[in-house]
Design a protein around this ligand. Structure first.
Ligand SMILES: Nc1nc2c(ncn2[C@@H]2O[C@H](COP(=O)(O)OP(=O)(O)OP(=O)(O)O)[C@@H](O)[C@H]2O)c(=O)[nH]1
Ligand SMILES: [Mg+2]
Length: 211
């Protein structure tokens, strides 16, 4: 049991991380484009944000160790709705459409922005955003805007640099150092969905927000 009377026991959480993958039974709930159709606002929610093609849906699949859970694609713009996933009775993951996708119509973009504004400003269960950035070109203007957006609504964010398999170790270190310096944060998680790296760390980081 991760929860007792709705209260997290950190010791049990730590034990659970070692013993099992808490994301292993993650299932898709639904995709929505209307705030009224969102699942009930309870428990703990984590939102996966980032530019199109950054690797959000692939990361979700790696957390759950289920490649068929969220649809991924070489073509940017694969995820078009706000997709809710149930991790446990208490935890949900929310896979967002990527920002910076030019093929989406201006109207759709506007609607999505309004929806995200409503979601971030009203969602009581929202604990943190996970901002995914390709390690080869992190901290684009749209990423900074997303971070500002999180700050505006008091939503903490976790920075993740994806696709580390595309760089050698010195380039990984350089990019990580740059991002840490620019963000003034020591906490940046490096992942590779191809080599299944970094997801244990990301899991631990997410669990810290349950305390
Ligand atoms: N080499 C490598 N490719 C990756 C990695 N993560 C994702 N990809 C690839 O990058 C492409 C985009 O991945 P997605 O997970 O669909 O990206 P997304 O951020 O969900 O994209 P949108 O839904 O368009 O916003 C796919 O072809 C993935 O296979 C990684 O760690 N390494
Ligand atoms: Mg996606």
């Amino acid at each position: 049991m991760l929860f007792r009377n709705g209260i997290i026991n950190p010791t049990e959480v730590q034990t659970n991380i070692k013993m099992q993958n808490i994301f292993k039974d993650t299932v898709f709930i639904k995709g929505v484009l209307d705030i009224k159709k969102m699942p009930i606002d309870d428990g703990f929610e984590f939102v996966l944000a980032g530019r199109s093609n950054a690797g959000k849906s692939s990361a979700l699949n790696c957390l759950a160790k289920n490649k068929k859970l969220a649809r991924t694609s070489k073509t940017p713009g694969r995820t078009t709705e706000i997709n809710f996933f149930k991790v446990t009775d208490e935890i949900k993951l929310v896979d967002l459409p990527g920002y910076g996708f030019s093929k989406i119509s201006a109207d759709k973009k506007k609607n999505l922005n309004i929806l995200l504004d409503k979601y971030f400003s009203t969602r009581k269960s929202l604990r943190a955003a996970i901002i995914f950035m390709d390690i080869r070109h992190p901290l684009k203007d749209s990423d900074i805007q997303m971070m500002e957006f999180c700050k505006k609504y008091g939503v903490p964010f976790i920075s993740v640099l994806t696709k580390s398999d595309k760089l050698n170790s010195s380039a990984i270190s350089k990019s990580t150092r740059d991002v840490k310096e620019k963000l003034g944060s020591l906490s940046v998680i490096i992942t590779s969905a191809k080599n299944d790296k970094g997801f244990d760390k990301l899991t631990k980081k997410i669990l810290e927000f349950l305390k």
